[in-house]
Design a protein around this ligand. Structure first.
Ligand SMILES: N[C@@H](CCC(=O)N[C@@H](CS)C(=O)NCC(=O)O)C(=O)O
Length: 210
């Protein structure tokens, strides 16, 4: 089958686009990494199916929803399990990280006081609920180092992208060490971070910026 022309469009931050970028990079799948600044968003928004990003073009046809995109990228990169039981676990983890990213946005654009209150709730209540939940599920799913099966899957990349977002200082009022106590989750993230293709990808991105 001839390979398709792929383009991923997302803000130049990790967020909901990062896991798909990493999946394609790890699988040596060629794609156009179309990143853009927040200032460009208003002009782009009407051209997206649901007024949101990421969007993903396959041979010119636009597609939306980060987890649909990530599953596609995982399949073409060989990082999405064929086994339905494994795929169920991968999907569960992907959707949970997506919930965390959605909740992290509460209070944005509603003023500093509201944002501070929402972020406090996020740190004190939602992170223990969801990341504590992921931690327990990882323990139930196996010994690692990966989340599901002994191989890297898109679930690991989704967890890593969420981890980057929560620990990079990108979110005001969220301490960078907020996930330190989740040791199994952190182990997954360190394993992804040290993956040679991931190291190579970030090195290339840094070089492109200089
Ligand atoms: N369910 C969607 C949510 C997408 C979403 O909310 N994207 C945010 C960026 S992470 C966005 O487009 N925000 C700009 C806006 O809503 O105007 C997905 O997973 O792709």
């Amino acid at each position: 089958m001839p390979s398709s022309e792929l383009k991923l469009s997302y803000f130049g931050v990790s967020g909901r686009g990062e896991a798909a970028r990493l999946a394609l990079a790890i699988g040596d799948v060629e794609f156009e990494n179309d990143t853009f600044g927040f200032g460009e968003w208003a002009a782009r928004k009407p051209n997206t199916p649901y007024g949101s990003v990421p969007v993903f073009y396959v041979d010119g046809m636009v597609h939306a929803q980060s987890n649909a995109i990530l599953r596609y990228c995982g399949r073409v990169a060989g990082l999405y399990p064929g086994c339905v039981k494994h795929a169920l676990k991968v999907d569960e983890l992907m959707d949970t990280t997506s919930d965390v990213i959605t909740i992290s946005g509460r209070g944005s654009g509603e003023g500093e006081e509201k944002l501070r209150a929402e972020r406090k709730k996020f740190v004190d209540v939602e992170i223990p609920r969801y990341c504590g939940g992921i931690e327990k599920r990882l323990e139930q799913f196996g010994d690692g180092p990966y989340a599901v099966t002994e191989n890297l899957t898109v679930a690991d990349l989704a967890i890593y992208a969420m981890y980057l977002m929560l620990t990079s200082g990108y979110l005001d009022h969220v301490p960078k060490d907020v996930l330190d106590k989740y040791t199994r989750l952190t182990k997954v993230c360190n394993t992804v971070k040290e993956h040679p293709k991931v190291v190579e990808w970030y090195k290339k991105q840094a070089e492109a910026q200089n």
